[in-house]
Design a binder for this molecule. Structure first.
Ligand code: ZN
Length: 411
């Protein structure tokens, strides 16, 4: 993916500037002298960079700091409201896009519904609409610095390419190139759960731990892995495919060709299907009436609503999904020994209906040494977790003090 020459963003990537900016972001309000002390740069170099950053409105002078004897120093902080970032969550049926400031505070949200099984040009056109809308909302007051995209399925982040999206049956969609050419902004594309994990690392439940796993349970099931505060992608961007780990040797056939994959048992469509099968075999449930007698119209959301109203079959379906998810997570816990597991995606919204049986299973099956310091929680970024994560992809490029090739997306 070739990057266009976008003045401020390119300049921002110079290493010294990135280090100064990151220090101001993380430590601000901070004085020029303190910056020079924290990082190995001379005071004149810091002053030059600071002056340029002030001129560009990337930073502002804030309150006067405490004096250590002489003149009180002027403090500097990030001017988070002066610029904006676009983050996009490309789901199976909807596109959720947000415009945020440099602290990932949401200014505007744009949702677009995808037609069933869209072709690549249709998907790209919907993305262009969403971005154009948000760039318009940003206006000249808050120039957009970059676009991050969290795309489901297999993604090649180097090329900004959606390599394969099984749920849309799309291959090789050049999302990054298409958006860059249309809008002249830097674009970064990642797998949606990787984006979510990055968002949690910077702004959610991952801020206070070094090793954690984000598990997204929606139409599909996937995990984003963070080790030592860095995203772990594997050798071909396919780490975290927890949805295709086997939890039932005799389970149903999966789209990947195997049998009994976790995804075939705990995803939203899998929960709906298990309920449909039970009703077809004669179980009674209010869900059939709620779906106007059409078994196929029973969705994961409908099962959730019925469970809340006390429908026995619906509650059983979430109980079973929670136990099987507990087995899948126990396998991951024993492999990676994380401090935290963060649950996201539509199915995770079911809350205790899912998490109680899940926790019981993990506690009963996982080694005591593995669960002693483990927390399992639901994402506090909620349904925006992936979109905020997509914003964070861009932020991590702006504020990363490491050369990009060595530590992508770390902080
Ligand atoms: Zn599978």
């Amino acid at each position: 993916m070739t990057k266009p020459i976008v003045g401020s963003f390119q300049w921002m990537k110079s290493l010294n500037r990135s280090i100064v900016l990151t220090t101001i972001r993380n430590e601000g309000p901070i004085s020029r002298a303190e910056i020079a002390k924290r990082i190995a740069l001379t005071p004149p170099t810091v002053t030059n960079i600071v002056n340029e950053l002030l001129e560009e409105k990337m930073i502002v002078e804030s309150e006067v700091g405490a004096s250590s004897g002489g003149r009180k120093p002027i403090m500097l902080k990030l001017n988070a409201e002066a610029f904006s970032i676009i983050g996009i969550d490309v789901g199976v049926s909807t596109i959720k896009a947000v415009l945020t400031d440099l602290d990932a505070g949401v200014i505007r949200e744009e949702r677009r519904t995808l037609p069933p099984k869209p072709d690549a040009p249709t998907l790209l056109a919907e993305l262009h609409h969403a971005v154009a809308e948000l760039i318009g909302a940003a206006g000249e007051q808050r120039p957009v610095l970059g676009i991050g995209v969290g795309m489901h399925g297999l993604v090649n982040p180097e090329e900004g390419m959606a390599v394969f999206a099984p749920n849309l049956q799309l291959r090789h969609v050049p999302i990054g190139e298409s958006l860059e050419q249309a809008f002249g902004l830097p674009v970064y594309v990642e797998n949606d759960v990787v984006a979510m994990a990055l968002g949690e690392l910077w702004f959610g439940g991952g801020q206070d731990v070094d090793h954690f796993i984000c598990v997204n349970i929606g139409v599909g099931v996937g995990a984003g892995i963070v080790l030592n505060r860095h995203i772990f992608r594997g050798s071909s961007y396919a780490a975290g495919e927890i949805g295709h780990t086997t939890v039932d040797l005799n389970g149903p056939r999966c789209e990947c060709g195997n049998y009994g994959c976790l995804q075939t048992l705990v995803s939203g469509p899998a929960i709906a299907e298990s309920v449909q099968n039970e009703i077809a075999l004669g179980r009674s449930s209010q869900m059939l009436a709620a779906a106007s007698g059409n078994l196929q119209a029973i969705t994961g959301e409908l099962v959730y609503e019925a469970a809340l109203e006390g429908d026995e079959l619906a509650r059983e379906a979430f109980g079973k999904a929670g136990r099987l998810l507990g087995i899948g997570l126990t396998n991951m816990i024993h492999t990676l020994n994380p401090q935290k597991i963060i649950l996201g995606g539509g199915v995770s919204q079911a809350g205790p209906l899912l998490t109680e049986p899940l926790l019981q299973t993990v506690n009963a099956r996982a080694l005591e040494s593995s669960v002693r310091a483990l927390t399992i929680e639901t994402s506090r970024l909620g349904s925006r977790a992936t979109a905020i994560g997509a914003v964070t992809i861009v932020l991590s490029r702006l504020f990363d003090r490491q050369p990009q090739t060595e530590a992508p997306y770390g902080r």
